[in-house]
Design a protein around this ligand. Structure first.
Ligand code: UD1
Ligand code: CA
Length: 547
């Protein structure tokens, strides 16, 4: 049997929400990544009504924008003064005319209400042939709610608001949730007859019950199985309670679907997050937006993932990831930040204090430590040495860089974009790479090292360093003649000059570098490093990477 389809669902959302003490209209406050209005519209939408109607007043423009997000075809009816819930519904019937069929009324500030509960209300309404069916709840603390008053036969007779109730009526613990299913034609007529002769001087929608009973129509109730569902949110305390309840409900559903959540009280997920069976979520983790976690992936502790997908078997530890993709069996963190547009391919490794933005790291590649990768594409099985920076911004524009496959970027390399490092290439540690490095080449771009021999003993006499240096020198002097170093008679003044520099950086680097002595003293009078030659010999074999 197909479910009865309502002709309309009316979501009341004109209230001011004074107790929120907020610039934002009450129904636009969010829990679990969705506004209260969004929660109400999603639940209402599941009834597949012909029309979804939102009554807006306070903050109506923002409310209309949010309504369109969740229900693009929704119709917004403006209630320009808060004349009461009956007045709100009258505004709808006056604006849209009589709607013959089932009309459901619900609230924009009741975010825990389940679609299934609304569906049960509609089903019961249809089965009972009622003019009105009220969703009720039994609560330990009924004050503030309208009470359900039954006649001698136990049928719904009327709803009395707290302010208008007698002491005896106030002891009734069955309350009006504020959700109803109506016969649309009867509602349109009855709502015109609602008086304002009550304690609040408002048009009460609740009075429609007594009016329809007076006309001889049947009225019924459906008791909410879980009274928590009809909890309204009026202030920030209730918003926090509803958030926790919504979160707990989501986590429970995921745990029942096969996800391990180590500590539900310390785990927060949004409604649009999806988790595969055997995913494991550790404490302090926040999964937001449209985040997707694959099977066997392990997230946390202490991660914040927003709109990020994580492949099966991947590990993310102490990380903040936004609008990124993490491939299967990749691992990220601890202490990594993935900014929007980052793609980590399968089995890649992102380590500690690494930030990436708008970049791809190819399969099996590693960015293990202290690195910024911005606007770059890194191929497969490459290694980016510690403290590398992809220098992507020239002060005006961003530029992209490319690193090929099986590349070894030495530690402390600056890759000044736009620049390309070819497949199988290396860069020497400490290089500032401004020119492309062809495939298989070693790129070296750094000044030469010069040791000003004996400098400490001459220039820092009497210091512990000078004493240590003297001890080392005497030990070397006492050593057998084949020993190398100062004992061979190379004094500080014997350093060779820049002219002797050989190798790629030789012509430039040393001459520009000022030694510690700043051009004075022995270091200054002598040149700089000797063999510039294969800085790379060392660099490539040992000096390029940190592990
Ligand atoms: C209402 C019910 C009460 C019920 C309670 C459940 C009436 C007269 N009383 O009381 O029986 O137990 O809800 O929470 O209906 N709204 C408008 N326009 C208005 C007035 C209200 O759109 O002019 C909206 C509010 O934004 C809110 C909802 O209707 O979403 C309920 O209004 P509220 O003033 O909170 O009703 P209560 O007095 O709590
Ligand atoms: Ca209320």
């Amino acid at each position: 049997m197909s479910e009865p389809r309502p002709v309309a669902v009316i979501v009341l959302a004109a209230g001011e929400g004074t107790r929120m003490k907020s610039q934002i209209p009450k129904v636009l406050h969010s829990l679990c990544g969705r506004s209260m209005l969004g929660h109400a519209l999603v639940a209402a939408g599941e009834l597949d009504p012909e029309r979804l109607i939102v009554v807006a007043g306070h903050g109506r423009d923002e409310v209309a924008v949010e309504a369109a997000r969740y229900a693009p075809g929704a119709c917004v009816v403006v209630q320009d003064r808060l004349g009461g819930t009956g007045h709100a519904v009258r505004m709808v019937t006056e604006a849209l005319g009589v709607m013959p069929g089932i009309v459901v009324v619900t609230y924009g500030d009741m975010p825990l209400l389940r679609a299934g509960t609304l569906a049960a209300l509609v089903r019961e309404h249809t089965a009972g042939g009622n003019a009105v069916t009220v969703l009720t709840a039994r609560v330990p603390e009924p004050s503030g709610y309208g009470r359900i008053i039954r006649d001698g036969g136990g049928s719904l007779a009327e709803i009395v608001e707290e302010a208008d109730a007698t002491a005896a009526q106030r002891t009734i613990d069955e309350i009006n949730s504020g959700c109803y299913a109506f016969d649309g034609a009867l509602l349109a007529d009855a709502v015109k007859r609602v008086a304002t002769s009550n304690a609040q001087g408002q048009e009460y929608l609740t009075d429609v019950v007594a009016i329809l009973r007076g006309d001889g129509y049947p009225a019924g109730t459906v008791l909410a199985a879980d009274p928590a569902e009809i909890q309204g949110v009026n202030d920030r305390v209730q918003l926090a309670q509803a958030s926790r309840a919504c979160n707990a409900r989501l986590l429970e559903e995921w745990m029942r679907a096969g996800v391990t959540i180590a500590d539900p009280a310390a785990t927060w997920i949004d409604v649009d997050v999806t988790l595969a069976p055997d995913a494991e979520i550790l404490p302090g983790t926040h999964l937001q937006g449209r985040t997707m976690i694959g099977s066997g992936a392990r997230i946390g502790p202490d991660c914040l993932l927003r709109d990020t997908s994580v492949g099966p078997g991947a590990t993310v530890l102490y990380a903040v990831c936004d609008s990124s993709e993490i491939g299967a069996d990749a691992d990220v963190g601890p202490f990594a930040r993935l900014r929007p547009g980052t793609r980590i391919e399968p089995r890649a490794h992102i380590g500690t204090y690494v930030e990436l933005k708008n970049s791809t790291v190819g399969e099996g590649s590693k960015v293990p430590h202290l690195t910024y990768v911005g606007d770059a594409d890194i191929g497969v099985h490459s290694n980016i040495g510690a403290a590398t920076v992809f220098v992507n911004y020239d002060g005006i524009a961003k530029h992209r860089s490319t690193v090929g496959d099986y590349v070894r970027i030495g530690s402390d390399t600056m890759l000044v974009a736009p620049v390309e490092v070819g497949d199988g290439a290396y860069t020497a540690a400490g290089s500032v790479i401004t020119e492309d490095v062809p495939p298989g080449a070693l790129g070296v771009a750094r000044s030469k090292q010069h040791n000003s021999e004996g400098w400490v003993e001459r220039r820092r006499p009497g210091t512990p360093a000078a004493e240590a240096a003297a001890r080392a020198r005497r030990a070397a002097e006492a050593a057998p003649a084949e020993g190398k170093g100062p004992a061979e008679g190379k004094g500080p003044a014997e350093g060779k000059g820049p002219a002797e520099g050989k190798g790629p950086a030789g012509s430039k680097g040393p001459a520009e570098g000022k030694g510690p002595a700043e051009g004075k003293g022995p270091a200054g009078s002598n040149g700089l490093a000797r063999s510039n030659g294969l800085a790379g010999d060392k660099g490539a074999d040992e000096g390029t990477q940190a592990r």
